[in-house]
Design a protein around this ligand. Structure first.
Ligand code: GLC
Length: 548
């Protein structure tokens, strides 16, 4: 909902593009299937790139499409500089990059430096080379512990647990009497961790970065960025809490000082290119620790994960917002906002049930787009897709298989058409022969209600609201009402009205209580839903307010 009220200019635009950027995250498997095999691919993405451009966003972050056994849906990479045939060819990728650039969209790729696939040739060579070999020094191969004098190395080297559940170690060669080493994998057994204390690993990744930067890729999202270095000596974690704990603030496993040198090196490399390449990190740490990764000579951005974990609660939003602001003041980088990604339960479900959750998710997204800093939107979030309860038999997430929660519910193919044919337009081409190929994850009944073609015709749809918000946000940057120096002063007023003052001239208000609230004085430039007749915000509405 755009409201009246022009915006006075407030100074020249000095920001770098990424400081104001809205980036759209594409999970290629579930975006569009170009060849009818049930899995989304680069051809499908190329065909629907104009849709992404129509959102008005600045770029696309593409999760992995490189060759992979797909144990973790591509986060187990066996060739960092290729394209998995499941997704297409390198020619497809080159076409995608050209088309994106011609549409004014930047392309960010995922780089996965913490681990590779157990099918990666260097890991295979390490397995074959045996204990004590230099090949094994690229990974964490360690002699196991023994439960008794006669059972050599029958226990893993330490008590660390995998993020996905179960132990973080597997035997290198379970059938061998002589090879008694285990290898470390913070995720599944198909994802061995690189040993970043070996300088050869850093050199290897520098070449990977060069390969994609030379091609013209605009930046990288860095997977599990804080975990590359483990505590020297790989000591046991305290027995009461031996798990890696989602990698959050566990100084025993991750967030080691040495990792920062990696990002300084990558930043230097990124800045050798024109335009500079962008680095955005998945740094799943508390604000004060995460902010250390965005010091001026490290990454440009790190997702505000503390915010992603919040429910619908004004006090905790204000608390976390204040922490993020303190971190910004210390290290200079504004927060990088996201409410959803391919690992997280959809926001509509996190914020409440059915209609209430959907309403709040829309308000939260509108609020987010008005906050100071860059914002990332996950595919389908602009349609208000809810989390899907994927039938147990259809679940493929390795986290689920290892005893954790399933992330499949946020990865269901997008509905493009209300009509159910070709899985609501997810598939562009009839499958070959008469074998109807089901999508890799089933879509639920009623999926067409969220379809792009329906929402495109409705000016009140979430899709239309997102487009309007992104367009207005751009105008406010151009006019100088939004600047890169904006901060975030957070507070909660009576009736659980959450306020974030981004400058003396602009604030975001979210009605998080159960009663209507009067917005603060000023001109309402935009709101997630129409205001009540008296100008008040109904519960679950959010507004952008200009103050003179
Ligand atoms: C990141 C990815 C997630 C993946 C994990 C291991 O958290 O976002 O999908 O499973 O890293 O690579």
């Amino acid at each position: 909902m755009t409201h009246d009220g022009g915006t006075p200019p407030r100074g020249p635009v000095t920001a770098e593009w990424w400081q104001s950027a809205v980036i759209y995250q594409v999970y290629p498997r579930s975006f569009t299937d170009g060849n009818g095999d049930g899995v989304g691919d680069l051809a499908g993405l190329i065909a629907r790139l104009p849709y992404i451009a129509s959102l008005g966003v600045d770029g696309v972050w593409l999760t992995p499409f490189q060759p992979s056994p797909q144990v973790d849906q591509g986060y187990d990479v066996s060739d960092y500089c290729g394209v998995d045939p499941l997704f297409g060819t390198m020619e497809d990728f080159d076409r995608l990059l050209d088309l994106a650039h011609s549409l004014g969209l930047r392309i960010l790729l995922d780089v996965v430096p913490n681990h590779c696939s157990s099918a990666h040739p260097l890991f295979q060579e390490a397995l074959a080379a045996g204990p004590g070999s230099p090949e094994r020094e690229l990974f964490h191969f360690v002699e196991g512990r023994s439960s008794s004098p006669d059972s050599r190395s029958d226990l893993p080297p330490n008590n660390w647990q995998s993020v996905f559940g179960g132990r973080a170690w597997s035997r290198a060669n379970p059938d061998s009497e002589t090879d008694t080493e285990w290898y470390l994998h913070l995720f599944s057994a198909g994802q061995p961790d690189w040993n970043w204390r070996n300088p050869a690993v850093g050199d290897y990744f520098e070449n990977v970065l060069r390969f994609w930067f030379d091609k013209g890729v605009d930046g990288l999202r860095i997977d599990v960025a804080h975990a590359l270095f483990k505590t020297d000596g790989l000591p046991d974690a305290p027995s009461e809490s031996p798990v890696v704990d989602g990698l959050r603030s566990n100084p025993l496993v991750s967030d080691q000082e040495e990792v920062h040198e990696v990002y300084r090196r990558w930043r230097r490399l990124a800045e050798k290119y024109q335009p500079h390449r962008l680095l955005v990190g998945e740094v799943n740490l508390e604000p004060a620790r995460a902010a250390r990764y965005t010091r001026r000579d490290e990454m440009h951005q790190a997702f505000a994960f503390a915010f992603v974990r919040l429910g619908w609660d004004a006090a905790t939003w204000a608390e976390v917002g204040t922490e993020l602001e303190a971190a910004r003041k210390l290290h200079g980088a504004a927060p990088t906002w996201a409410l959803e990604n391919h690992d997280i339960v959809r926001s509509a479900n996190r914020f409440g049930s059915a209609e209430l959750g959907a309403r709040r998710a829309r308000a939260a997204l509108v609020a987010l787009l008005g906050l100071p800093g860059s914002a990332y939107i996950y595919q389908g979030q602009e349609l208000g897709l809810p989390e899907v309860d994927v039938p147990v038999a259809a679940r493929v997430d390795p986290m689920w298989a290892r005893g954790g929660v399933t992330r499949d519910g946020a990865r269901v193919p997008l509905p493009w058409t209300q009509d159910a044919a070709l899985t609501h337009g997810f598939t562009l081409q009839e499958p070959a022969a008469d074998s109807a190929v089901a999508p890799w994850l089933p879509v639920p009944a009623g999926w067409g209600d969220y379809a792009v073609d329906l929402q495109e015709q409705d000016p009140g749809s979430l899709l239309a609201t997102v487009k309007d918000a992104v367009a207005l946000r751009r105008r406010l940057w151009e006019d100088g009402l939004f600047t890169a120096d904006d901060g975030g002063t957070w507070r909660v007023e009576a009736g659980n009205l959450l306020l974030c003052e981004r400058s003396p001239h602009f604030l975001v208000a979210v009605a998080m209580g159960t009663e209507p609230v009067k917005p603060p004085a000023g001109v309402v430039l935009f709101s997630a839903f129409p205001l009540a007749e008296d100008g008040w915000l109904q519960p679950g509405n959010a507004a952008w307010i200009r103050r003179n």
